[in-house]
Unconditional design. Structure first.
Length: 215
């Protein structure tokens, strides 16, 4: 598959094994309000079991520089997906492997497009519904027209679309936005904090089904 797929909120080995090659397992770390939150030691033990070809991402909010250091040095993550503020005082390679989440208003909100950091700082960006989706979840989807305008304005930039994606709407989202990748969480869970491997595979199948239509 050519679309990057990230599953955010991996908490067990069975769901980790269902992440497709070329995709990413996202571990929510140090966000107590999130039902998928894991202590860094638990996340590290799971990350060690990631299948070959699967990237390990930490997902966190307003991290300290120390947490960033620990996630890279102790957990050995490939990237850190950050909601909120990226801390100062980081090394270049740390900054380069941080994926900021850009807040996008809901359809019809009229919210302006977010400021996009330069690619030399953050080559990959994440698009999610404005608010606090890491705690409350994405209730609804971000304005796909705004997301598509960002994709078109930054050709070649790796933009990952999140926010309310599911088996039912991911095909429409890919056709509307044409992102480099997609991110899913609650829609493939059997209960909060527990992903359903069958639902994960169905999500991947939905992505594969629409890919031939993307040109």
């Amino acid at each position: 598959m050519r679309t990057f797929v990230k599953f955010t909120g991996i908490t067990d080995a069975l769901s980790l094994a269902a992440v497709p090659e070329g995709g990413a397992a996202g571990f929510v770390v140090e966000v107590p309000s999130n039902p998928r939150n894991l202590p860094i030691d638990t996340a590290r033990a799971l990350a060690d079991q990631a299948p070959s070809g699967v990237e390990v991402w930490a997902v966190t909010r307003d991290p300290t520089a120390k947490l960033i250091h620990d996630l890279f040095d102790e957990m050995g993550v490939d990237r850190i997906h950050v909601y909120g503020q990226v801390p100062t005082g980081l090394e270049f390679l740390e900054t380069h492997h941080i994926v900021p989440s850009l807040p996008i208003g809901a359809t019809g909100s009229g919210d302006p497009a977010p400021k996009v950091p330069p690619p030399e700082e953050h080559p990959i960006l994440h698009l999610d519904l404005a608010g606090d989706p890491l705690s409350a979840g994405s209730i609804g989807v971000p304005d796909w027209e705004v997301c598509r305008a960002l994709v078109d304005a930054h050709p070649g930039r790796k933009l990952v679309l999140g926010g309310g994606l599911s088996v039912q709407n991911v095909g429409d989202a890919l056709q509307a936005v044409r992102p480099w990748g997609v991110d899913v969480s609650a829609a493939v869970e059997r209960a909060p904090g527990a992903m359903d491997p069958n639902a994960m595979r169905a999500f991947v199948a939905a992505v594969l089904k629409v890919e031939p239509t993307l040109g």
